[in-house]
Design a protein around this ligand. Structure first.
Ligand SMILES: Nc1nc2c(ncn2[C@@H]2O[C@H](COP(=O)(O)OP(=O)(O)OP(=O)(O)O)[C@@H](O)[C@H]2O)c(=O)[nH]1
Ligand SMILES: [Mg+2]
Length: 425
């Protein structure tokens, strides 16, 4: 396998650029540029020279002997000056050395996976961490990258393996004289399989990690002229939707992504719900109804009861004469002139969001991990009274869980994952 190199720090020019080299030729390559190498894991200042001995830069050089490195291979870091020409000169010198080539996006991490330094859940967590834009995303990604998802799945696999062994024992040493004791042992195992399935299911049913990234869908609904677009603009802090006293101003859905207190939301304004003969308006109403049905949270601005029992029912335009008291059933009163009422609404949204998003102290699965773990639960539950079949189902469940860790990942799956990384990661 070729030795790879790339700039692993940000885009130049910068104060410092970290060039990483990983693979069996890494130390020879480092020596070719920097001369005698410092002791492992000790930073030392060296002149980097090209093949003709010309000085390219003075850099900190650190060498990490494999396999206990980030990639599982011999690894070298040059901390150079971060000028474009410096980097180009160092990379140019490396590229003509035998056995070396520039790294592909994510290739350092891919080697970590291939060499068993991390598993698929950790690599995916790392990819999410690099893309994290909110505090919630960072925490969930960090949890996965640190191996918490992996630990949970490995724990389940161990439990399945132990149950398998006990079933095999019943099969191997079935005692024809003592069928009752075999039955009791089998029933005990079945009970533990149920407990395990329930434990996995709790994690599968917890809010998925994608919610953090895609944002909670908050849909504003109500009759025409109730102040929906006004509310969207206030919450989104920009004039995204046209506001006017003319009924039927908004005809389509208008979406505004917002990050507030570390949580991502997508706010959606909708057309006012009204019986209409105008075909365009009718399409708008249908779209509004669809959006309300698919919402994570509905903000309902009508004086009539909301279409969903879980909606936040707002008493809108509370500043108008005669609307001072909060009628029964309403969560909050709001008025465009009252900042405090909007802050209280954000408080309510944040509270709802907390219940719908992965908790910081728990593990959150990605969509495909949920699907796979769900299949494992099915395999565990879909059981017969024949120990032979149960043994087979346990094997299936274990194989499915192994898939979550990427133990059977195909090249295509890995290409898709590591394509999300930048070069040098
Ligand atoms: N007094 C008062 N007027 C408001 C408030 N919110 C909105 N309005 C006014 O109500 C009218 C309608 O507001 P919009 O936000 O366009 O209402 P809408 O629900 O989006 O209406 P459609 O798009 O037609 O369905 C505008 O003249 C707003 O200025 C409020 O809190 N208090
Ligand atoms: Mg509107």
């Amino acid at each position: 396998m070729k030795t790879i190199f790339a700039v692993s720090s940000g885009r130049p020019p910068a104060a410092i650029a970290v060039v990483r080299i990983s693979g069996s030729h890494a130390f020879a390559a480092a020596q070719a540029l920097a001369g005698p190498l410092p002791a492992p894991r000790h930073a030392s200042l060296r002149g980097l020279r090209d093949g003709d001995g010309a000085l390219l830069d003075r850099a900190l050089v650190i060498v990490f002997p494999g396999p206990t490195t980030a990639t599982g291979e011999d690894l070298v870091e040059f901390h150079c000056h971060g000028g474009r020409a410096v980097i180009a000169a160092v990379e140019g010198t490396l590229s003509v050395l035998p056995g070396l080539r520039p790294a592909e996006p994510g290739e350092f991490t891919r080697r970590a996976l291939t060499n068993g330094r991390i598993d698929l859940t950790e690599a995916e967590g790392l990819a999410d961490l690099l893309e994290a834009e909110t505090e919630g995303q960072r925490v969930a990604a960090m949890t996965a990258a640190e191996g918490r998802v992996s630990q949970a799945v490995r724990g389940w696999m161990d439990s399945v393996a132990m149950l398998s062994a006990r079933i095999e024992a019943i099969l191997d040493f079935a005692d024809e004289d003592d069928v009752a004791s075999d039955t009791a042992a089998f029933d005990a195992i079945v009970g533990e399989i149920d407990t395990l399935a329930a434990e996995i299911e709790t994690v599968v049913d917890a809010p998925p990690v994608e919610r953090l990234k895609d944002g909670l869908r908050v849909v504003i609904g109500g009759p025409p002229n109730s102040g929906k677009s006004t509310l969207l603009n206030l919450l989104g802090e920009r004039d995204a939707a046209i506001v006017s006293p003319i009924s039927g101003t908004t005809r389509d859905r208008i979406e505004v992504p917002v990050i507030r207190d570390g949580v991502a939301y997508v706010l959606t304004d909708t057309a006012g719900l009204i019986e209409t003969l105008d075909p365009i308006e009718a399409i708008g109403v249908t779209r509004a109804e669809d959006a309300l049905a698919a919402a994570d949270i509905v903000l309902w601005l009508a004086d009539t009861a909301p279409p969903r029992a879980d909606a936040i029912w707002l008493h809108a335009r509370a500043d108008l004469p005669g609307r001072g008291d909060l009628p029964a059933g309403r969560t909050l009163a709001i008025a465009q002139t009252d900042r405090g009422s909007l802050d209280r609404l954000w408080g309510e949204l944040h509270q709802r969001a907390a219940a719908m998003l992965p908790r910081g102290d728990g593990i959150a699965l990605k969509q495909h991990q949920r699907r796979q773990c769900g299949l494992a639960v099915e395999a565990l539950r879909n059981r017969s009274s024949d120990p032979l079949i149960v043994a087979e189902q346990l094997r299936q469940a274990r194989a499915i869980l192994a898939g979550v860790l990427g133990l059977d990942a195909t090249g295509e799956m890995l290409d898709a994952l590591f394509g999300r990384f930048c070069i040098g990661k």
